[in-house]
Ligand binder design. Sequence first.
Ligand code: NAD
Ligand code: PPY
Length: 358
Amino acid sequence: MHIESVLSTWEGESCHLRHDRETGVWFAIAIHSTHRGPAAGGTRLMSYISAAAAVADATRLATAMTLKMAVADLPMGGGKSVIALPAEAPRPDLATRQRLLTLHAHNLERLGGQYWTGPDIGTSSADMDILGRQTRYAFGRATEAGGSGSSAEETAQGVFEAVQATAHEARLGTLADRTLLIQGLGAVGLRVAELAADAGARLLVTDLDPDRCATADRLGAKAINPTEATTTECDILVPCATGGLIDTPTAHRLPCAAIAGAANNILTNPEIADILQERGIVYAPDFVANCGGAIHLIGREVLGWSADNVRARTRNIRDTLDTIFTNARRYGISTERAAHDLAAAKLARAEAPADTGQ
Ligand code: NAD
Ligand code: PPY
């Protein structure tokens, strides 16, 4: 994989790269679209095998953010950034982390508001507080620091709406006595597990960290090996770990009736949704299912919405998915294609870039 081939085949507006010689870290900020407003999307801090892999991740995630903002009717564009630690690097110590966040804050300032960030894998509200002391372009700071706090609760609520809509489309009825396999019991996955347990679902859970699985014991969940996430029979697979869970061979043999989860880019490419459709597996496009977090961050911090309004908008995810499922059936296309078409129609209707009001 080369940076040239990644960027020359990507349809985004710009990608900004910076290397920090002292730590060997690459920073990549991908701005896919500012058509509906300034680009926004989280900052991922994790190890990558190469700078090209980091750029590939940032660009694909930024594209998904554009689609997410459009389907959620939010007045922002799509972007994402990656702070790429060298492969096999140890966890950065506090001083290194502080240094990386300071450099990233400078990156954001240089872009002058074209791109706003927030938490993502490897970063938290505490990191947004550090960024927020040096730049105004960070969403998701702690409430005590003037931000809207973690978006995980709203993301989980939205994913739960998506799971229910998907169960209905797959003719599974309610979740009572249905088996959900939740991969990743982090901030979002554990909360989805709680909501599903309350609805009477049977839970299979898996996480690379066995202590996380133990936190779901009280929900009556059965832990399975992380390597068995896509080979264990279940009604609904709920990916809440990292992306790329389902590639072509996996799609051909998945033993489930439906898929709806929080992870971004669950499919290694969008065409995999055609295989799922042919197999009769109902797939909730991830950028629709997981948009509750974006609704929380943008709703609270840009649009001044109340928590109740944010929750009402998050509940709309179910209606949006129903529209997507109906269109997919009507036109004989995959749910991913139908979701892209819905986002494209909203993008085409977008007027001049909106003012974030900040
Ligand atoms: P998190 O880091 O709190 O949790 C992720 C969990 O997945 C961790 O417990 C980790 O150990 C586990 N994990 C990682 N790889 C795994 C594997 N191969 N098998 C099993 N477990 C594995 O993250 P989160 O905030 O809960 O987010 C979950 C996913 O949802 C991420 O992909 C994130 O990008 C996406 N997402 C989150 C939000 C949000 O508001 N937090 C919004 C949109 C999308
Ligand atoms: C995501 O939803 O994938 C995010 O990256 C969260 C987010 C949403 C909007 C602004 C910043 C971060």
